[in-house]
Design a binder for this molecule. Structure first.
Ligand code: PLP
Length: 375
């Protein structure tokens, strides 16, 4: 292994984040405070929402969203089968019933048709995922939600900065949840955010995430309801403020790299690049290609690693995981299972060059050629 390692992702963090962390440490105020508040308001403004509520992760943001909507025992929540387990786990954690549905083979997201098929009078909420940075096709979904009186909680863990036409992820549904894990568009190490346009839901979510607290007379807190502690420390809030100032630079680079992969893969055999709808700003948290050579995807991950190139699966098909064996589902979820077996996330690091991308594509080509000739 002589060539340099090509990383799957590398967060764009450095001196500016360090300087602001230093400021927080010196202020002596390290729990949630002014920096996290600044991050919340700037993030909400960036996505075009009325409120931002920072949390410890996207998982706790989704959990909090369900609790703010009063979703629990006896309620069904429609969730895509092709997602990270957290999307369905939060439904189980609040005592409601997840209903797994299949996804579209091209966008990898759920559609209004999948939701319609799964709807019952017990359905209260749908949790569409804007997977890999590709925003959901919102209009048919919101029309159906209105018709059936369903709440929408979007899992936008991967999709900060995404847009469909003029509509921005974070301002399209009742509550949107974002992740700031290091593999996401911007990072605070661990962290998450809810955005919403509802004053009432924002107030409820803020209260529940902070022990059920509400402001009382003379600045003394009241405890109005059962709550928890999902506050984001100011140390992490400070990182968020700096990261947000770079988000468009980060996304532009990711789009440039993705467009270059599209070109390099134009004539590749056995590899289908991702498809993007007209007028959509896909932010490419993940650039996932479909490997059409039977059984080759897992072999590729290992062989690429040996050649110093990091790659990953796309994401999980929940119904094949032991934890979801008993969970209700609609249909045989074959698209989800096919994507789970065949999608390959290619390296998309801010620091990679077009020569690195050429090396990735030529190595893929070489390996797939070898597998197909029986090697
Ligand atoms: C689609 C999706 N939802 C939720 C999560 C969970 O995010 P977090 O780690 O911030 O809880 C992830 C993380 O990978 C994800 O990919």
């Amino acid at each position: 292994m002589t060539e340099d390692r090509i990383k799957l992702i590398q967060p764009l963090v450095g001196e500016e984040e360090l300087a602001l962390i230093d400021e927080v440490l010196k202020s002596g105020y390290m729990t949630e405070g002014p920096k996290t508040k600044e991050f919340e308001s700037k993030f909400a403004e960036y996505v075009g929402a009325g409120h931002g509520i920072a949390t410890t992760s996207c998982t706790t943001a989704m959990d909090l969203s369900l609790r703010a909507l009063g979703i629990g025992k006896g309620h069904e929540v429609i969730v895509p089968d092709f997602t990270y387990p957290a999307t369905a786990d939060v439904v189980r954690f609040v005592g409601a019933t997840p209903i797994l549905v299949d996804v579209d083979p091209e966008s990898y997201n759920i559609t209004a048709e999948h939701i319609r098929e799964a709807y019952t009078p017990q359905t209260r909420c749908v949790m569409p995922v804007s997977l890999f940075g590709n925003p959901i096709d919102i209009e048919p979904i919101e029309d159906l939600a209105e018709e059936k009186e369903l709440y929408l909680i979007e899992d936008a863990a991967c999709s900060a900065g995404a847009r469909r036409g003029q509509r921005r992820t974070g301002s399209m549904v009742d509550l949107t949840s974002f992740s700031f894990h290091p593999r996401k568009v911007i990072t605070t190490g661990e962290g998450g955010m809810i955005t919403t346009n509802s004053n009432e839901l924002a107030e409820l979510a803020r209260s529940i995430k902070k022990f059920g607290m509400t402001a009382g007379a003379g600045g003394v807190s009241n405890f109005a309801r059962a709550g928890t502690n999902y506050k984001l420390s100011d140390v992490l809030g400070a990182i968020g403020v700096v990261q947000l100032s770079k988000i468009d630079e980060i996304i532009s680079k990711r789009i440039e790299l993705a467009n270059n992969y599209d070109k390099l893969l134009q004539d590749a055999k056995g590899i289908i690049p991702p498809k993007v709808d007209e007028g959509v700003r896909h932010v490419y948290q993940t650039y996932a290609v479909s490997i059409t050579v039977d059984g080759a995807r897992d072999r590729l991950i290992g062989d690429l690693r040996e050649r110093n190139i990091e790659s990953q699966i796309g994401t999980y098909s929940l119904h094949v995981q032991p934890s979801f064996a008993e969970v209700a589902r609609i249909g045989n979820l074959e698209t989800s299972e096919m994507l789970y077996k065949n999608l390959l996330a290619l390296p998309l690091s801010h620091y990679m060059t077009s020569e690195d991308q050429e090396r990735v594509v030529s190595t893929l080509d070489e390996l797939l050629g070898k597998y197909q000739s029986g090697g």
